[in-house]
Unconditional design. Structure first.
Length: 232
């Protein structure tokens, strides 16, 4: 990906289609991808994905499926049929679930990329320990990433702190998407493991996800341009 615009995913973490489309309009034409996550999807359903795809925008549908294999396969199939470029599964759901989700999505839409979420960027070592995961965050990320790649997933969602390790381990075979991105000097908010756009690209990320620094800005278009500058 030569263009910084191809690397940026803007998170539409709002509660209405109108609010989402207002953000899109404010930064268009930008040719960036848009993330539809749990908040927006729960508020308005799949119609917002269809609307974005119909308008020619790439969609990263970040619903983090985590259930029994048959349920995840069905959900992944429907998500892929919406036209999303990328969808997410929780790697901690296990190998059979990952394989079922990846196979179903690929069968429904060959161009849909299935990404496995390893460790949420809001978690650190202490938080993992609370849920019974011992050891370093990086060890857990690598363990889950290896499982996901072996079961047919196309890429990994992980923090910038693990991106370089993943790139070294898997090379160009996988897509790496890094959330928890804040412009230089930005507020980390509720993220425990954050980095700047430049940090992420240098670490080997293919795509970065940026939400509030753009969507809450007085001028979202200007905020996008500044972040594209940092990526470049």
């Amino acid at each position: 990906m030569d263009s910084p615009r191809q690397r940026l995913i803007v998170a539409l973490d709002v509660s209405s289609a109108a609010a989402a489309m207002k953000i899109v309009a404010a930064i268009s034409p930008s040719n960036v991808m848009y993330k539809v996550g749990l908040q927006l999807y729960s508020a308005v359903g799949p119609s917002v994905v269809r609307d974005l795809v119909g308008a020619g925008h790439g969609v990263f549908l970040d619903l983090k499926f985590h259930d029994i294999p048959n349920t995840v396969a069905g959900a992944s199939k429907e998500a892929a049929k919406l036209g999303a470029k990328m969808i997410t599964l929780h790697a901690s759901g296990g190998g059979e679930m990952l394989r079922a989700g990846a196979e179903a999505a690929h069968a429904a839409h060959a161009d849909c990329k299935v990404l496995a979420v390893t460790v949420l960027t809001s978690l650190d070592g202490a938080a993992l320990s609370q849920v019974g995961v011992r050891g370093a965050v990086q060890d857990q990320v690598l363990r889950l990433a290896a499982l996901a790649v072996a079961e047919g997933c196309d890429g990994i969602v992980a923090s910038v702190r693990e991106a370089a390790m993943l790139r070294q381990q898997f090379g160009d075979r996988i897509i790496i998407v890094t959330p928890g991105i804040r412009p230089a000097g930005g507020d980390p908010a509720d993220q425990a493991r954050v980095a700047t756009p430049a940090d992420a690209i240098q670490a080997g990320a293919d795509h970065i996800v940026v939400g509030r620094p753009i969507t809450a800005a007085e001028n979202p278009g200007q905020a996008v341009r500044a972040i594209l500058g940092e990526i470049a």
